[in-house]
Design a protein around this ligand. Structure first.
Ligand code: PMP
Length: 304
């Protein structure tokens, strides 16, 4: 259950939550024609900041572009909306959700409807549960496969993609796991329901490539950058499923999940069965951005 925030940004204005509504015949409700982002803001020593605000909203634009969805606002305007909605709700550490969707104005698949845009923000703790950042989760490989390239583009963060994510996540929870991992249509590892994957072998970080039908995650990119800057070898490569059972450490990452250790897969213990030294090091580097311990070399912290 969630306590709804008071204010929401909708089509250019801040409105009370209850007034930010749409019609049941909006195109997106029927066909999944929405694109969205998930961002987090953190309290830093210099005040609240949104992590990689511009990069997230650029990806929102890219997702809209893939689907030929006209965007009535610029990246700068959506950035401003994100800041505005945090301020209106007096939120410091929060999760932000910009969404753009085909609205009311036609029922054909190729209908040109107006694009509605909203930005919400709310308080959110660890996505996969309390204490998971320390203790890790038990994951499973899903019986549901990730959509193949040239079917639904995984590079767009679109509402419809998350039908797949829901099947993966719900199956995992039903079977008592914390999260599900999907294989790509190639049979090789893809990603979690809403997270990218990293495996550790002999002190090296290995992650699945964008060709494995996955979202080009901004947390994934941040980890790759921080790791390389700190002398850690990063390998982007195709990874067969069995390496989940052989790696020294395994973790998931995403805006919501942040950096969540995986302590077992399919009931098999990973490494020592708890967050290993590399996972802890990456957590330290990543969360250090918000405490000031890690230098913000790339201006990823964008002030509210
Ligand atoms: N994969 C999927 C399917 C996701 O939904 C997410 C969360 N947006 C991620 C990966 C991680 O992406 P990011 O780090 O940009 O949040």
């Amino acid at each position: 259950t969630m306590r709804y925030p008071e204010w929401i940004w909708h089509n250019g204005a801040i409105k009370p939550w209850a007034e930010a509504t749409t019609h049941v015949m909006a195109h997106a409700i029927h066909y999944g024609s929405s694109v969205f982002e998930g961002l987090r803001s953190y309290d830093t020593p210099d005040g609240p900041a949104i992590f990689r605000l511009t990069d997230h909203n650029r990806r929102l634009m890219a997702s809209a572009r893939i689907y030929e969805m006209p965007m009535p606002y610029s990246v700068e305007q959506i950035n401003a909306a994100c800041r505005e909605v945090l301020k209106a709700n007096a939120l410091g550490k929060a999760y932000l959700r910009p969404v753009a969707f085909r609205g009311l104005g036609g029922f054909g698949l190729s209908a040109d409807t107006p694009t509605d845009v909203a930005v919400a923000a709310w308080q959110m703790g660890a996505y996969l549960g309390d204490g998971v950042l320390e203790e890790g989760i038990d994951a499973c490989v899903s019986s549901w496969q990730r959509f193949a390239p040239n079917t639904i583009p995984a590079g767009a963060k679109a509402g419809g993609n998350y039908l797949s994510g829901q099947l993966v996540a719900r199956e995992a929870r039903r079977l008592g796991f914390g999260e599900g991992i999907a294989l790509a249509s190639t049979g090789l590892l893809s990603e979690g329901a809403g997270e990218n994957l990293f495996l550790v072998f002999n002190g090296e970080l290995h992650t699945t490539p964008v060709s494995a039908a996955l979202l080009n995650g901004i947390t994934r990119n941040s980890i790759i950058t921080l790791a390389k800057d700190n002398g850690i070898t990063v390998v982007e490569r195709d990874i067969p499923r069995e390496y989940l059972y052989l790696c020294d450490e395994l973790f998931m990452c995403g805006t919501a999940a942040e950096i969540t250790p995986i302590r077992s897969v399919d009931g098999r213990q990973v490494g020592a069965g708890r967050a290993g030294p590399m996972t802890k090091r990456i957590q330290e580097l990543f969360f250090g951005l918000f405490s000031g311990k890690t230098a913000d070399k790339y201006n990823w912290l964008e002030r509210v």
